[in-house]
Ligand binder design. Structure first.
Ligand code: FBP
Length: 550
């Protein structure tokens, strides 16, 4: 492997653990918390998870370790989209496992959940792990989005587990992947396989959080990476004074990434999908809101600006989300194949026209053909629209341009409008983890092994009190079923982890809402610069503004 100077330097970084995990394995005991219930649909979730539902939350503390000694053979997978810090989860897991007993074994299954089915794995040793400490990416074993849900898949996983003598499986993933973890844990428990399943909360989207899980890992580094880039663009815009930049940022369902980037960079516009849904805004209302800022700034001679668009925005516009829901139903089951087999766009258009309601067809009909076609791109294995492939930044800037033309004709707008488009997503998912993510991820992995050692299954590794220094972080676990409810996916009702959306009465949104009118008209940009990992703590160890405000 060719090493950059930074990578060499990052090998030397020693991630910080929560205080209660610092005294060595022999000094970690368990404190029992409250029994749990699911966030909604309790009866249904309880009946689907009879063996893993309703368990207690737990916290680790300093004290004599009372876990039962046995040889542990643990399998780990990275699942879903990449997020900075994933390697450190594996490193923390490995270190705790080996510190407990050198004979314990950690197997990494390659390419996500499919690695478990195909029995494609590697056995980690010190040299292997050391090459990935404090680095970004998931390339240590790769990732994938295969959904583990059928009886046949579970049987194969059970056979693979038997073959290796697995005592536990750790699934490092987002809401969908941890839904997989809960379902697999239930299957393993119901069939007395003796295999425990533990999840770890990953996703740059930041939507796997709740009163227990304060942040998903990767959000910190990804948003700081995008904010650096947005700040650079703001400075370019303010230097050249001739472009409006429409910047789409990742965040499939929730707008946490967009909101955090806005708090970091103070752009002229930032759309928040959850607000658009709450106010039932139409596409033309959104375009008009952006055009107001362009007009005011343009009339004052400032023909430039920056607008941040969350990639999931289209799903929040009521007319659009209804359209997407209808398209999902239209493509359910074998219909996708039928649709894809149609010879050309005209035939597909006729099929669509036949399947959509009048209202949705009216929305569909006014979209540019490029966007219409993007709405029919393949869903991911969990049935989600791949919003990263829908160019909503281009759609919105085109609508703004039309609106400005009308205002120009009416004589109210006197400026010039030139738009450039960007999409920041993949740029941030494999960045070197910030100190925060390096520490948090290592702690999640270390903690996951403690949950295994103490015999828990169907639990999520939980590290909280994150806005404080790592010494004060609190390590423990919570049953995954606590976060679940029933939702409609690919035309069926399914138990899934409820996504955490931006709360409009939460402190981060309120702060943004209190300042955005000023930011829309003035040039109030802030330039966060690149992530720093070596220097004063107030520069290198800061958390996200979202976490600080929450
Ligand atoms: P996870 O929910 O698996 O963490 O992935 C989130 C994400 O990064 C989204 O922000 C984005 O829409 C999606 O992955 C892109 O998926 P892919 O990597 O398959 O293109």
């Amino acid at each position: 492997m060719n090493l950059s100077p930074l990578q060499k330097a990052r090998y030397e970084y020693v991630p910080k653990l929560p205080g209660m995990l610092r005294n060595g394995i022999a000094e970690i005991c368990v404190q029992n918390g409250e029994a749990t219930t699911s966030v909604a649909d309790q009866d249904k979730i309880k009946s689907l998870f009879p063996n893993t539902y309703g368990k207690n939350e737990i916290t680790f503390a300093k004290g004599s370790n009372t876990s039962v000694a046995k040889k542990q053979v643990v399998g780990v997978i990275l699942s879903g989209g990449q997020a900075p810090g994933g390697h450190n989860v594996v490193c923390g897991l490995y270190d705790a496992l080996k510190a407990t007993d050198r004979n314990n074994v950690l197997l990494g299954f390659k390419g996500g959940p499919s690695g478990l089915i195909d029995d494609d794995y590697v056995e980690f040793d010190d040299a292997f792990i050391d090459a990935y400490r404090n680095t970004g990416g998931f390339d240590i074993i790769g990732s994938g989005r295969t959904k583990l849900e059928t009886e046949d898949q579970f049987k194969v996983v059970t056979e693979v587990a038997k073959k290796h003598g697995l005592t536990a499986i750790v699934i490092i993933g987002g809401d969908d992947s941890n839904t997989n973890a809960a379902v697999l844990a239930e299957y393993m428990a119901a069939n007395n396989t003796g295999v425990q399943v533990i999840g770890c909360p990953k996703t740059i989207d930041g939507d796997l959080k709740n009163e227990d899980i304060e942040a998903s890992f990767g959000f910190d580094t990804a948003t700081k990476t995008y904010s650096e880039l947005i700040g650079n663009i703001e400075r370019d815009a303010n230097s050249a004074k001739k472009y409006w930049h429409f910047i789409k940022v990742m965040g499939r369902s929730a707008s946490h990434v967009a909101l955090e980037c806005a708090l970091e960079t103070q752009p002229n516009i930032c759309l928040i999908g959850e607000e658009v849904a709450a106010k039932k805004m139409s596409l033309s209302q959104i375009a008009s809101q952006i055009a107001d800022s362009v007009e005011k700034r343009g009339n004052a001679g400032n023909n430039f600006g920056v607008a941040i668009i969350p990639e999931g925005i289209v799903e929040f516009v009521p007319e659009f989300s209804k359209l997407i829901a209808e398209i999902n139903e239209l493509l359910a089951g074998s219909n996708t194949e039928k649709f894809n087999a149609l010879p050309d766009w005209d035939a597909k258009y006729a099929f669509i026209e036949n399947g959509l309601t009048k209202e949705s067809m009216a929305v569909f009909a006014i979209l540019p053909q490029l966007i219409q076609q993007q709405l029919f791109l393949e869903r991911d294995p969990h049935g989600n629209v791949q919003v990263s492939l829908i160019e909503s930044e281009k759609l919105l800037s085109a609508l703004v341009k039309d609106e400005l033309a009308k205002r120009k004709a009416a004589g109210t707008y006197k400026g010039k409008f030139g738009a450039l488009h960007h999409f920041f997503g993949y740029e941030g998912r494999c960045a070197f983890p910030s100190n925060f993510d390096a520490d948090y991820c290592y702690s999640l992995g270390y903690n996951a092994f403690m949950l295994i050692q103490y015999g828990y299954t169907g639990y999520l590794s939980k590290v909280s009190n994150l806005s404080k220094p790592a010494e004060e972080w609190v390590a423990g676990g919570m049953p995954i079923t606590k976060m679940m409810n029933i939702e409609r996916r690919t035309g069926e009702d399914k138990p899934v982890i409820r996504k955490a959306l931006v709360e409009l009465d939460g402190a981060p949104f309120k702060y943004f809402a209190a300042h955005r009118d000023q930011w829309a008209v003035e040039t109030a940009f802030t330039y966060p610069g690149a992530i720093q990992d070596n220097g004063p703590s107030e520069v290198c160890d800061i958390t996200t503004i979202t976490l600080a405000l929450e």
